[in-house]
Design a protein around this ligand. Structure first.
Ligand SMILES: [Zn+2]
Length: 437
């Protein structure tokens, strides 16, 4: 049932005591070894001895991606962040740099071991077992999850096809020839492969796949997307979460599909108000803030992920006690769309799009300002059959208004007009003039 029963089902009080102990040790260590943290803590007047347990964590300042980027640009390499001797260094992981300069992080030998172990634990919780064949279409270079899953698959005694996030035709061939039972990729790429399979007239039930685990972007926990993945590939689809800047596979859904389970023995998770930075009550939405409790190389202390989620601490039906984020990542703090006074996330639009069988899975949300200065938000979707536009438009308009509380403009285009991606899809096109700052 469990990969590591003692840790996974640890009574909440004991788990938090373990987190407290690890937090105190980590804060002391980063202050002693990292000029970056020493300066940050000194600036707000916090000494390691002020941090006696979890109750003191809010005294520590947040770390942001911009700050890491600036420190590394100014000082080179890790920007004073590395906390381990070079002899212990094992792997360099630059973030993908899709939104500016890469941020460099470091895994030591012990980090590699810990990452392998907790990733194996998460895979096990999704039903991966020794003897499974895993087709790993997570990128091996740009995104840390590729290697983490690879190492964990080895640890579990699985057979791995390390193809990475490329070559859709070959991915499909491998499904047929090597009959993998487990598949890893972004949800966007998997949906693209579903389209390819459907073009060949192949249904999910003809494949050997049993489990699909999807990360790199939200989506697997969007109900309509999950359904399309499960039907298209003949699998149970699960969400798995990591972040290029701070680490792979920190959380994953178990077989109950009831939110991302965090690996709380290694990561301290807080949810804070996006404007004030104050903790929100348990179960409410806010920005997820993560502290590495055990990372040696480049530990993050209160890293501001900019990802929005919730956190609940009641034990899951699976018996695991580690806290969960129901619904997964709900959006990025900077992705929130405010239109005609209503707030919504792109994932809510995604849920509507993928619940309508007459359109494809691909879409764009275009934000622009018309000549009279009015905001216009348009959903661009691909209609599967020419001639059905009027009916599709009407259905889409009604569903969007119901789900978002506001109507969007709708533009229907022919199938395959929108570009598909193997990595992270960019579906919001913001064409509004930028305000000078
Ligand atoms: Zn569970």
């Amino acid at each position: 049932m469990y990969y590591d029963p003692e840790i996974e089902t640890m009574e909440r009080g004991r788990l938090e005591a373990l987190q407290s102990e690890r937090l105190v040790r980590q804060v002391e260590r980063v202050y002693r070894t990292s000029p970056f943290y020493r300066k940050k803590f000194d600036e707000v007047g916090v000494k390691p001895e002020d941090i006696k347990g979890l109750e003191d964590v809010a005294r520590l300042p947040f770390v942001t991606k911009d700050e890491l980027r600036q420190a590394q640009e100014a000082e080179g390499r890790f920007g004073g962040l590395a906390c381990a001797e070079p002899a212990a260094w094992r792997e360099l992981h630059p973030s993908s740099g899709t939104t500016g300069r890469s941020v460099y992080t470091l895994w030591t030998a012990r980090d590699v071991e810990a990452i392998t172990d907790f990733t194996a634990r998460l895979l096990w919780s999704q039903g991966v077992r020794p003897g499974d064949t895993i087709q790993n279409a997570f990128s091996y270079g740009l995104w840390v999850a590729g290697l983490a899953v690879h190492y964990a698959a080895g640890r579990l005694g699985c057979f791995v096809v390390p193809i990475g996030a490329t070559q859709s035709a070959r991915q499909v061939d491998l499904f047929h020839e090597w009959r993998p039972t487990v598949f890893f990729s972004t949800p966007s790429f998997a949906l693209y492969l579903v389209e390819k399979l459907q073009e060949q007239g192949v249904s999910g039930s003809e494949l050997a796949l049993r489990i699909g685990s999807f990360g790199g972007e939200a989506g697997a926990e969007v109900a309509a997307t999950r359904r399309r993945l499960e039907e298209g590939l003949g699998i149970d689809a699960y969400d798995i979460y990591g972040l290029a800047e701070i680490g792979p596979t920190m959380a994953a859904e178990c077989q109950c599909k009831d939110g991302l389970h965090w690996t709380e023995d290694h990561h301290l998770i807080e949810v804070v108000d996006r404007n004030t930075g104050e903790p929100v009550p348990e179960g409410e939405e806010g920005v997820i803030v993560i502290t590495h409790l055990t990372r040696e190389g480049t530990p993050m202390i209160r890293y501001w992920t900019n990802d929005i989620g919730r956190l609940v601490k009641e034990p899951c039906r699976c018996g695991r006690t580690h806290a969960r984020s129901p619904g997964g990542i709900l959006g990025r703090a900077d992705d929130i769309i405010i239109y005609k006074g209503v707030n919504f996330y792109p994932s809510q639009v995604e849920d509507v799009v993928r619940s309508i069988p007459e359109i494809s899975d691909e879409f764009r949300i275009r934000l622009e300002v018309n000549p009279y200065g009015r905001d216009i938000c348009t959903l661009v979707a691909e209609v599967l059959q020419a001639g059905s536009e009027a009916a599709v438009r009407q259905k889409l308009a009604a569903r969007l208004r119901e789900a978002l509380g506001v109507g969007l403009e709708i533009e229907l285009v022919a199938l395959n007009s929108l570009e598909r991606t193997a990595f992270k899809a960019r579906r919001v096109l913001d064409m509004r003039p930028k305000l000078a700052s």
